[in-house]
Design a protein around this ligand. Sequence first.
Ligand SMILES: Cc1ncc(COP(=O)(O)O)c(C=O)c1O
Length: 496
Amino acid sequence: MTRNASTGIAYEEDLLFEHSRPGRVGFALPARDVPEVDAGALLGADAVRDDLPGLPELSEVDVVRHFTRMSTWNAAVDLALYPLGSCTMKYNPKINERMARLPGFAAAHPLADPARCQGLLELMVRLEEGLCEVSGMDHVSLQPAAGAQGELAGVMMIRALHEARGERRRVVLVPDSAHGTNPASAALNGFDVVSVPSGDDGILHPEAVEAVMTDEVAALMVTNPNTLGLFERHIGAICEIVHARGGLVYLDGANLNALLGVARPGDMGVDVMHFNLHKTFSTPHGGGGPGSGPVGIKAALAPHLPVPVVRRDDDGSYRLDSDLPGSIGRLHGSHGNAGMLVRAFTYLRSLGAEGIRRCGEMAVLNANYLRVRLSDHYHVPYDGMVMHECVFSDKHLADTGVTTMDVAKRLIDHGYHPPTIYFPLIVPGALMIEPTESESLEGLDRFADTLIEIAQEARDDPETVRSAPHRTRHRRLDETRAARKPVLRWQPDPAS
Ligand SMILES: Cc1ncc(COP(=O)(O)O)c(C=O)c1O
């Protein structure tokens, strides 16, 4: 038996996927009670295979242990604080899962007659209203399947509005601290991207926007709080500058967690924004589930919303409206990732207005607590209060030869997922930590103590940090090879 160092869970080394035995089965089908058919005649000979697919033959218990064991090799927010900055890896309350599994939601078919899924459509409209309330926007479309797709949709609507006004603007302004999806969304819409430099204090200044603002600018895309975790204090003045020349302001809402219940982008002058339900609204990320990136707009953009739009009629019934000639079209095969909408709605309703505000406040408090506890040990490139996340760098460790990458790898030995590293790009050696509101004081202290211990270890025994991780099943990977030549599917061992 071997024991996983971070989880303490024991596993048998030799029970691997390759341990197939001919004839071993993990399922039992009931006896056939319908006549046998000639599949070739029914489906066409091409559709019927006569060889076996070569899948491993294993018992049920082998399969369950295999997947359960693999799940323990992962970092997960259900195991420990998950400080991946900009991703808001908050705890996903289990009540969300219960609600998403209610058959009326889970079994609703995207092509079902709206009359047969009124409950789901009502939930969607109420979620749209909730997101409008939280953000100060006038309408929301729930279709986009990720923040990046929300951005794409938002910029498409901006383009459509300018075109409807007979204006051909070709530029989108993006601050130098922005996430890469912002320039990508602009470029995919055919715009030229012009970068706006942040000031020495890490935020955007009206003069910098004024200097690049022309009548050719379709929009400014801004993240607030920005990717350094700093509130863009001049957002009001910046929106005025952009609006005065006929441009629109897009807000990347990835960091909305910091503003929840306290401030609303719509009140700051923002015209379009996206939400990441898989961040702010506690729906699972990545391998845990598909994303959801609703896009919110001010009324002027409503003629360009994606279709179908869910409408509530005067009699209280709900319908799908595709009759919107100015629409940018359909973005998703169904109504968005509906299971995520149920989870996000559950989160909103279970927290309520007060809970939402407390969530934003605690996220900010926790990030500042870590900033203060760690600032003697890690370099803080931009000093002062942060919002929901704090950015450090490896500058203080320069004389040890230990880098941000090494610190991140060493954290894995202590059972933590690494923070976001080397982003934002304007901070060399960045370590971006977002603790979220989900962590207790003791949990934050444990995490801070671990990072302090690693900084000390970098001085006393740098090689141990440089060669981390040591306690994981796989040691440090060759990241270039993993990116360039990924092995994405299990292959049978030719020797077995
Ligand atoms: C600031 C920012 N904008 C946009 C995105 C894109 O969001 P998504 O990953 O949901 O596509 C991210 C993702 O981490 C982000 O951090």
